[in-house]
Design a protein around this ligand. Structure first.
Ligand SMILES: [Fe+2]
Length: 389
């Protein structure tokens, strides 16, 4: 029997207004000079104003003595090595002793990885796995303002490397945040399109991690409960962005998806990654456009894999044969995505058939599909792209 490690180590502070606890949280971690890492657009948001207010001590009445913070608001979508270097340089310049990564998946991943270059200045991330010791990284507080990537509880950081111009998954448990703040008030301003796309990413994490054949019943339970939450809350958050209850449930569900995919992911994420790096599609949108085709592909080769997912969505599948359970579940997922405005084709988002081979090559080189529920070849990936083109 293979030995498996089960680990759910991240402390999470959840609730509307939780951002106002940032100063006590930093105190607890011994951080006196945090660097806030985010993207340029974030500075104009009310979520940023809430963070500034909490850091300045207005909300808690905390005295600002000996405390100061710096800002690095320059992280790009799908962050590259330059984004990580920039954040590390800001950290050194500000004399910082910890990082607050706040925003969507990109600032969270860049903030996580910046600590690597703080520890080893000038290091090339392409050699990440050759470095045996990443212990003692600067403490990180992760604050997601979208409900999707689950990066806040992830052990990895996805960075496009200088040397290969491809996304690399830098995996090491040392990258984990020391504490996560989940505050639904910070997500109220997310527009419906982004709410839908990021939510579809969270849903894809849950579906792919649940069907991934690694033995991890604890993550499986978390995936199914997160699917139940998403089925209820995502349409509500999409229709009414100011619904704090729906936003809160989505935030927790996305974090649960992030916890669950420590198991691994599958073919849909391998299809989605090149669509972002080569064609600039939003990661959640890319997943949404490939999810149904990916599910049909997997269930045709392993009938019955989606029965419990359908049940988590609320379908009554007792007595249904395996193929019928899959078909009904996949139809429901397709209808669910259509209701979120996510039923379009790749060609409607500027993806040209001329790029099919390039996309298939990158998808086949992607690290997600080897853990898919059934084996996937390059030809399979190309055929799946054609199906959703
Ligand atoms: Fe994802």
């Amino acid at each position: 029997m293979n030995l498996t490690s089960f680990s759910f180590p991240t402390r999470i502070l959840y609730g509307a207004g939780a951002i106002r606890e940032i100063r006590p949280v930093l105190n607890l971690l011994g951080v006196r000079r945090p660097l806030v890492v985010t993207d340029a657009g974030f500075k104009a948001t009310t979520a940023f104003a809430s963070l500034v207010s909490a850091l300045e001590g207005e909300a808690t009445g905390a005295a600002p003595s000996g405390f100061g913070w710096s800002l690095h608001a320059d992280v790009h979508a799908n962050p590259a090595e330059a984004d990580v270097r920039g954040a590390a340089a800001s950290y050194v310049k500000g004399g910082c002793d910890g990082i607050i990564a706040i925003g969507g998946g990109s600032p969270l991943d860049a903030g996580k990885a910046a600590r690597l270059l703080v520890k080893r200045p000038g290091f090339e991330l392409a050699h990440f796995y050759a470095e045996p010791d990443w212990s003692g990284l600067a403490p990180l507080v992760a604050i997601p303002t979208t409900a999707g990537t689950g990066s806040e509880v992830g052990r990895s950081s996805v960075i496009t490397l200088d040397s290969t111009r491809r996304k690399a998954v830098l995996f090491n448990p040392e990258l984990l945040a020391k504490l996560v703040i989940l505050d639904p008030e910070l997500t109220l301003g997310l527009p419906p399109k982004l709410t839908a796309a990021t939510g579809a990413d969270a849903l894809t994490h849950c579906i792919e991690s649940f069907t991934c054949p690694v033995f991890h019943p604890m993550c499986d339970g978390i995936s199914l409960e997160a699917i139940r939450l998403i089925a209820d809350a995502l349409p509500r958050a999409y229709r009414d962005g100011s619904n704090v209850d729906a936003r809160g449930r989505m935030l927790v569900a996305a974090t649960m998806g992030g916890v669950a995919f420590q198991k691994d992911l599958g073919v849909v994420h391998s299809l989605a990654h090149p669509l972002s790096t080569l064609c600039g599609l939003h990661h959640g949108l890319a997943n949404a456009l490939c999810l149904v085709a990916g599910m049909r592909f997997c269930s045709a080769r392993k009938p019955g894999i989606y029965r419990r997912i359908g049940e988590a969505f609320g379908l009554g599948l007792a007595g249904a044969q395996d193929p019928e359970a899959d078909t009904r579940t996949i139809s429901l997922v397709a209808e669910f995505l259509r209701g979120l405005g996510l039923a379009s084709r790749l060609s409607e988002h500027g993806v040209s058939p001329a790029r099919l081979d390039e996309l298939a090559d990158q998808a086949f080189a992607d690290p997600c599909h080897p853990s898919n529920v059934v084996p996937v070849t390059r030809d399979d990936l190309r055929a799946l792209y054609v199906e959703v083109m």
